[in-house]
Design a binder for this molecule. Structure first.
Ligand code: GLN
Length: 535
């Protein structure tokens, strides 16, 4: 039997950015997965960076890392958390990467003397990147186009979608246009004009949207639906409302209520007898919305003004909290403000502390103060990546008496480089894509706290860092109570630290937050919240 053709769904955005294309894509992916289809979601980003790895989290939010070591847009985190399945390098492509590939081909002479142009060379490369995922046997590929229709930089993507739709033929692709229906308080009305314009703009580029998803603060009335349908050439059942909700995790249910998945399947000529029951999902939501207790955890970081910078950590707390029927409130603490004088006051009444990942030396001394306070006051604490490195520096300075101990990231000539560079990192000059990235195996010490937490000794977690715990200091740490308990089985690099005689003081060099999903809350976050709860 020949393989059924892969179906393609394109998600575009109109009127403004930040309407939540990522959440709509992830929600649709979940619904289609529940209907029995093998689905993946891809994001095309119209900026020139090769990947978001070199972008400041202030600009672009968290950099999410996939299993195979791709540094990607934070939307990929949503895709994984909703679908409970892995994405890869192929799931996030930027204009930079597209051009890089085309220019490399040009230098090799692959174009045989032709003039290299946006159409067809760039658009061909975009189409290739979209279709590449079909090789992995997906029934449906959802491709989210970053930016807003009309942006100069997203034009080649829109043109590629136009060409692809034509090539794929009827019923093999569909376009969902996410738009804003603003409310004018002065006249008490919802307005459809911006959406009409953005759909029309899409039509100017040769693309007719099949489905409109309308972000709105108020319910869209039947009349508004009819008006949108009429002006935008879509069926009235294809006008879907996406009202602001308490949590992003309610979005799939809200879309399902309007038969969003049926509309999509009908348009693609796909049939499924299976209903999307979303039993576990609903269970999760129920627990999340009806917590039995509340804890407050301080998130100590330097990118505090934009909470997107720590997206996966925030979501991991939501998953773990729901699992334990506990509301996890986050107290955002800017590490640059913490001093020896105000540290106790900063953490007054706090139940737990998370020392966040990060780069560069701003706010480091404040984080060290936080680590010391948490250790001495016996507050349950989790240090992630830079957080573990901070725990190491603090312990070396205060307990081991190595006053000048530091990471070579912050002091390249420190006499006690307790966090140092691995040999193979020493000559690296390029910043992009050169860190220790992606999933690495880790063996946990028999009988360690982490062994118990994970329920096994062999784990695999995702990394994103350049610096490492310096094993030359292992013995000194261990004999003074901060024990290395997890090791890379090949290189013996120290991946985890646990403090003795403390309710919970754990540092991990990896990022557990990248692997927490609604279906599988991460055991380390669950254990941490449990420890916080019993403080
Ligand atoms: N800056 C540190 C390093 O590169 C930690 C990185 C992180 O927290 N992700 O090793």
């Amino acid at each position: 039997m020949s393989k059924k053709p892969t179906k393609y769904i394109f998600v575009t955005g109109g009127v403004t950015s930040s309407l939540g294309k990522g959440i709509v894509s992830a929600s649709l992916g979940l619904l289609l997965k529940e209907r029995g289809f093998n689905v993946t979601i891809q994001k095309l980003d119209p900026y020139i960076n090769i990947d978001p790895g070199t972008l400041n989290p202030y600009e672009h939010g968290e950099c999410y890392v996939t299993q195979d070591g791709a540094e990607t847009d934070l939307d990929l985190g949503h895709y994984e958390r909703f679908l409970d399945s892995n994405t890869s390098q192929n799931n996030n492509v930027t204009t930079g990467r597209i051009y890089q590939t085309v220019i490399e081909k040009e230098r090799r002479g692959d174009f045989l003397g032709k003039t290299v142009q946006v159409i067809p060379h760039i658009t061909n490369e975009i189409k290739r990147r979209i279709k590449i995922l079909a090789k992995q046997n997906y029934d449906i590929i959802i491709t989210e186009i970053g930016g807003t229709v009309g942006d100069i930089e997203s034009l080649p993507y829109i043109e590629s979608v136009r060409q692809l739709r034509w090539e794929l033929g009827e019923h093999n692709s569909l376009v969902i246009h996410l738009t804003l229906v603003p409310y004018l308080a002065a006249s008490g009305e919802l307005k459809t004009k911006p959406s009409q314009h953005s759909v029309r703009q899409l039509m100017e580029y040769g693309i007719q949207a099949d489905i409109l998803v309308c972000r709105t603060e108020h319910n869209i009335t039947k009349e508004i639906r009819a008006k949108l349908a009429q002006f935008c050439n879509v069926d009235i059942t294809s006008v879907i409302e996406s009202k602001d909700l308490d949590t992003i995790y309610e979005v799939p249910l809200n879309l399902q209520k309007q038969n969003f998945d049926d509309v999509v399947l009908n348009t693609l000529n796909l049939k499924s007898e299976k209903k999307a029951e979303l039993k576990d999902w609903k269970q999760f939501l129920k627990r999340y919305k009806n917590p039995k207790r509340k804890v407050e955890i301080a998130l100590v970081g330097k990118y505090i003004s934009l909470q997107d910078s720590y997206k996966s950590i925030v979501e991991s707390f939501i998953h773990a909290g729901a699992e334990l029927e506990t509301e996890v409130k986050i107290r955002w603490v800017y590490s640059g403000d913490i001093t020896e004088q105000n540290v106790a006051q900063t953490f007054e009444g706090i139940d737990g502390i998370l020392i966040a990942p990060g780069f560069g030396d701003r706010g480091i001394e404040g984080k060290i103060q936080a680590a010391r306070f948490a250790r001495e006051a016996k507050i349950p604490t989790l240090g992630i990546c830079l957080g573990m490195q901070i725990m190491t520096i603090e312990f070396a300075r205060t307990v081991l008496g190595l006053e000048k101990a530091n990471s070579v990231e912050f002091d390249s000539s420190t006499v006690d480089p307790v966090i140092s560079l691995m040999e193979d990192q020493k000559n690296v000059v390029e910043k992009g894509g050169t860190m220790r990235l992606g999933a690495w195996k880790c063996s946990l010490k028999l009988g360690s706290k982490l062994h118990e937490i994970y329920g096994g000794r062999n784990i695999s977690e995702r990394h994103r860092h350049r610096y490492e715990f310096n094993s030359e200091y292992s013995k000194a740490f261990e004999s003074n109570g901060l024990v290395p308990t997890g090791f890379n089985p090949e290189t013996q690099l120290v991946e985890t630290l646990e403090l003795k005689d403390h309710p919970f003081y754990v540092g991990v060099q990896y990022h557990p937050e990248y692997k927490s999903t609604v279906e599988s809350p991460h055991p380390l976050f669950v254990a941490f919240v449990k420890a916080v709860q019993s403080k």
